[in-house]
Design a protein around this ligand. Structure first.
Ligand code: UPG
Ligand code: MN
Length: 745
């Protein structure tokens, strides 16, 4: 390795490597698949049946769906065309810039102290405070849309604990800077460390446990606060809290600078300064619409600009803890390099610390990350995915890109310094207006400035508009995972989350921000395609349902939906996602069962989440409903957790939207049974099988892949199964529609 001192001062801080051989292989695969698709479409076109009406209808229906699938396939492959991998040289960064590293404002959003318990958020905050970075240059801004006193109290506890935690992390070079995550992995990861420093670890662990207990007690009994915090509480006072009723949606702004990193009033055990910590619950009133997380982020952008105004902003969800202590340095290698001047944000992947071995809900996020989002690097860069993203303040505020390379150093001088003349309370006073309900009236906030309003996936829309303002973005995936969050652990949680995503994305597609229109001339066509492949999840569901049901009903009727050629098997499998992402699954280290689960995951998402996302989007367009940001639950009861750990699918609490899944799988089952009965009665197995082979296989596969759903519908009796009313509805509706089809002429 070259020593730092030998480096010339303009040696690059990062490197972007195209994938050589891999790229050729992918292109070959894409090319041949597209060729296959075209051949199939030509075959469909030239072989439209001339006979019965029903035969024609089925054939043309399948044909139209396949045109869509083919089109969609092309969209998705834009990402795979030219993978580009970034790597960084952190030693060069510290050699050259250690003293001038820019200040960073870290935004953590939370919304509900029941669904997102304070101890979880406290861990996120501690992990960010303890990052490997000059602590006096860090500022944590917590936005609490739940306006919870408990959360506020948790934040005070976090500051106290950080005085021991930060020096501890530094002394032992701990990577995992969330205490709870660290203590749960410690025995495995740091066995050696354990031996020699047992005492210190035991002591800090005990301290953490006590804090955890105090926070939990406060939750349970609304307890009084422990002595060592009383003085702090008295001094800071719950001034603002006096005006907060129990209603989190109707209160004035609560803004408190709990620690000012530059004042050195609070230091850690080693005498070093702590990061600045600010609590914000923006003003809420029933007369104003608050734009969910987007509104919270914009309030944070403004409030922080009055306090620290750091040139770099990191956004974190309340469950995203720092897992790689050097992420800030990783990101700055890109943002501070002179060739990175046009990079508006650096996005880290979302990783989860609670995944199970076989990916029980078949979540495809990992595969998306490794392929699609990674693949966007060469096209201009990935979407912003809401968490784990380092922005230049000016890119997110929305100043048009001017290409001035000195920008970052300039801000560094301005940012990160509180005017010492201003007392903290004056500063609070001044900044409070930025978080008021009315501040944004008649401004460009949410439109041209800051995080964009109007859709419930503020992240995707904001990323797109930053791109369209001329910035690039980078997907950075260091070997040691940057951040770790909590993945949904029941089917309902994941269904609700994916419905929100598919709905928000489709809203973007139908809005004036449609990437093909809005991005026209601003971002490349491949990037427009890549983004659209996500934005079209919702309508995909409709075609998917139509295709699968048409083929199954046709099977029941004895009408052929496919020609009798083997080549279609491959095509068919591809479309059903049965071969979908096999290479992806292998590369991301999925087990075979995990791969199988991913196939089910896609089916369930399409049948339920994306379908409801689609319907809701249409209703919103028609002005019939409004969308809401339903927060993903991040707590759990012990039975749910037990099922999750055993990898048993959990359908509780069986929400009404499960009806559609039940009906779908039951129809599939009835069609399959129907055709078998028919074969036995008519003794014409071979004829039926010959003509309808592919449909038969497809139907059979659907049933095989969905076995856990049948189990929950008809056999399971535990708390995680599907409720009886859903089972009943499924049977009735499926029976009714199969009978209807059978008597159709
Ligand atoms: O009115 C709200 C609603 C949500 N949140 C916060 O937003 C974050 C994300 O919410 P979560 O329920 O965890 O949603 P996910 O689906 O897991 O989030 C993904 O998708 C969201 C967009 O739908 C992005 O905002 C997130 O960053 C991204 O991780 C959480 O910290 C919430 O506390 C708010 O601050 N205010
Ligand atoms: Mn989340």
């Amino acid at each position: 390795m070259v020593s730092c001192l030998d480096e010339k001062d303009d040696s690059p801080l990062f490197e972007a490597k195209p994938a050589g051989r891999e790229r050729s292989c992918r292109r070959l695969a894409i090319g041949s698949t597209i060729l296959g698709i075209l051949l199939i479409l030509v075959y469909r076109w030239t072989h439209i049946p001339t006979g019965g009406k029903l035969e024609r209808f089925v054939w043309i229906g399948m044909f139209i769906s396949e045109i869509w699938f083919g089109f969609y396939y092309v969209l998705t492959q834009a990402c795979c065309w030219n993978p580009l991998y970034y790597s960084t040289f952190k030693d060069r960064l510290s050699h050259r810039f250690e003293k001038e590293l820019p200040a960073i404002d870290i935004f953590v959003c939370t919304a509900d102290s029941i669904m997102e318990p304070p101890i979880l958020v406290v861990n996120t905050i501690l992990s960010a405070m303890a990052m490997d970075y000059p602590q006096q240059k860090l500022a944590i801004f917590l936005s609490d849309d739940g306006a919870s006193k408990l959360m506020f109290y948790g934040l005070l506890e976090a500051i106290e604990f950080s005085k021991q935690w930060i020096p501890f992390c530094k002394e032992f070079s701990i990577q995992q800077r969330s205490p709870s995550a660290y203590f749960s992995t410690i025995s495995v990861e740091n066995a050696g460390l354990m031996d020699t420093n047992n005492d210190e670890i035991t002591a800090i662990r005990k301290m953490y446990k006590e804090m955890e207990e105090r926070i939990q007690n406060a939750e349970n009994k609304n307890n009084t606060h422990p002595n060592h915090l009383l003085s702090l509480l008295q001094r800071k006072g719950f001034v603002d809290w006096k005006f907060v009723s129990s209603n989190p949606n109707d209160h004035r702004t609560v803004l408190q600078i709990l620690n000012d990193g530059r004042e050195l009033e609070q230091v850690d055990d080693q005498g070093s300064s702590l990061p600045t910590v600010v609590y914000l619950a923006r003003e809420k009133s029933p007369n104003h619409f608050h734009n969910f997380k987007a509104g919270a982020l914009n309030a944070l952008i403004r409030v922080s600009s009055g306090i620290t105004n750091a040139p770099i902003i990191l956004t974190l969800d309340c469950d995203m803890t720092v897992n790689n202590s050097e992420i800030a340095r990783e990101a700055l290698c890109i943002l501070m390099d002179k060739t990175g001047d046009d990079v508006g944000y650096v996005q880290f992947p979302q990783n989860f610390r609670n995944t199970t071995k076989n990916n029980i809900y078949g979540d495809f996020i990992d595969i998306s990350s490794k392929f699609d989002l990674q693949g966007m690097n060469a096209l201009g860069g990935p979407l912003y995915i809401g968490t784990g993203c380092f922005f230049r303040r000016c890119s997110i505020i929305g100043k048009k890109y001017v290409g001035d390379s000195s920008d970052l150093l300039q801000w560094r001088k301005e940012g990160g310094i509180v005017n010492t003349d201003e007392r903290i309370s004056m500063l609070e006073q001044k900044s409070r207006v930025y978080a008021s309900c009315t501040y944004e009236q008649n401004t460009l906030w949410g439109k041209e400035m800051g995080v964009k309003y109007g859709v419930i996936v503020e992240d995707a829309l904001t990323g797109l508009s930053i791109q369209c303002n001329g910035w690039k973005s980078v997907w950075l995936s260091p070997e040691r995972k940057g951040l770790m969050g909590i993945a949904p652990i029941t089917l309902t949680q994941i269904l609700v989350q994916r419905k929100r995503w598919s709905e928000g994305w489709f809203q973007i597609f139908l809005s004036r921000y449609n990437p093909f229109l809005y991005g026209n001339g601003k971002i490349g066509i491949l990037l427009q395609m890549a983004y659209s492949s996500y934005y079209l999840w919702a309508p995909f569901s409709v075609v998917f349902l139509f295709y699968v049901l048409l083929s199954s009903f046709a099977l029941l009727k004895g009408v052929a939906a496919f020609p009798q050629y083997l080549v279609d098997t491959i095509w068919l499998c591809d479309e059903l996602g049965l071969l979908d992402s096999f290479d992806g699954a292998i590369v991301t280290g999925e087990t075979l069962i995990g791969y199988w689960n991913i196939q089910r995951g896609w089916i369930i998402m399409r049948v339920v989440s994306f379908l409801f996302g689609f319907i809701d989007t249409i209703l919103i367009k028609l002005g019939i409903t409004n969308s809401a940001f339903v927060v993903t639950v991040k707590t759990t009861d012990e039975y749910v957790l037990e099922r999750y750990e055993k990898e048993v699918m959990d359908f509780s609490p069986s929400p009404p939207m499960l009806n559609i899944l039940g009906i779908f799988v039951t129809i599939e089952l009835f069609c399959f049974i129907g055709v078998i009965v028919k074969m036995m009665m008519m003794r014409c197995t071979t004829i039926i099988l010959e003509r309808l082979f592919l449909q038969f296989v497809m139907n059979g596969m659907m049933i095989a892949v969905n076995l856990p759903i049948y189990n929950a519908l008809f056999f399971r009796r535990d708390g995680g199964s599907i409720s009886f009313s859903v089972t009943l509805n499924s049977l009735i509706f499926a029976m009714f529609s199969c009978l209807l089809v059978m008597f159709l002429q």
